[in-house]
Design a protein around this ligand. Structure first.
Ligand code: FAD
Length: 222
């Protein structure tokens, strides 16, 4: 199968980078094709504006979604967007590896979505959710937190983490048709002992070997 792994972490020695490398190695060893988007290493530009396109339909008033429809019809997405769109279209499973920042994805990953998930190309004209463009694909969020697990339970200090992930799971992934797998969450890796972090990496390895046998989850109910 084809897997795209997107990493949004600036430090190559971080736990997120270790999860990213582990996933690449494990999935390739299992015989899968893997492509990656290491957003900081690529210096991916997260600013969504007129630069998303090689030519504009309307040069006097910028309306992004209309320009996206035009670029879809005329093949005029900027090269950095086009190549990311092709990777998403190519994959059967997309994994996002990121640290939770302000209860959400880091800005560089949000900017990647803002620019790459274009109207016309990835959604629109009734092609949403069950009829979404990516209805034959799966997606998996793999993330780390600073806080402890008990803080992210229902009624915990920070609140239920699954509610935090809902806008990503539903608004970005299900919206465009992806079937969502259970998120992989490491709570507070910086607080863990090296042995605990090794165990987290082992659990990730074991999960990935069987990942194509997993059933998607109903968002918010797992
Ligand atoms: C802007 C911002 C906003 C934030 N918002 C939130 C928030 O809303 N909620 C929240 O909970 N937290 C928040 N945080 C904290 C953040 O989520 C955590 O710092 C992050 O998730 C920890 O993951 P990491 O990969 O950066 O860990 P690191 O600190 O890089 O890694 C932890 C440890 O793992 C070790 N390690 C690396 N590779 C391996 C390996 N192969 N084997 C074993 N150990 C290894 C590292 O050496 C390190 O000691 C925020 C942080 C920032 C900067």
């Amino acid at each position: 199968m084809n897997i795209l792994i997107v990493l949004a972490h600036p430090e190559p020695q971080s736990m997120n980078a270790a999860m990213f490398t582990t996933a690449i190695e494990t999935l390739r060893a299992a015989g899968h094709e893997v492509k990656t988007s290491n957003l900081y290493a690529m210096r991916f530009n997260p600013v969504s504006d007129q630069g998303n396109f090689t030519k504009l339909q309307n040069t006097t008033f910028y309306k992004q979604q209309l320009e996206e429809l035009h670029a879809t019809a005329t093949g005029s997405f900027a090269a950095d967007i086009e190549s990311e769109q092709q990777k998403v279209e190519w994959c059967d499973l997309m994994i996002w590896q990121f640290p939770l920042w302000w209860f959400s994805v880091p800005g560089i990953l949000k900017g990647w979505v803002d620019r790459v998930f274009a109207m016309g190309r990835f959604y629109g004209e009734g092609r949403l959710y069950e009829q979404g463009v990516f209805k034959n694909k799966k997606a998996l969020l793999s993330l780390t937190t600073g806080g402890r697990e008990e803080a992210y339970l229902k009624g915990g200090l920070q609140g239920d983490i699954h509610n935090m992930l809902k806008p990503i799971h539903r608004g970005m992934l299900r919206f465009t048709g992806f079937h969502v797998l259970r998120p992989q969450i490491i709570y507070g890796p910086a607080r863990q002992s090296p042995a605990m972090r090794d165990r987290e990496l082992d659990q990730w390895r074991n999960r990935l070997v069987e990942v194509f046998n997993e059933a998607p989850v109903e968002i918010g109910t797992y």
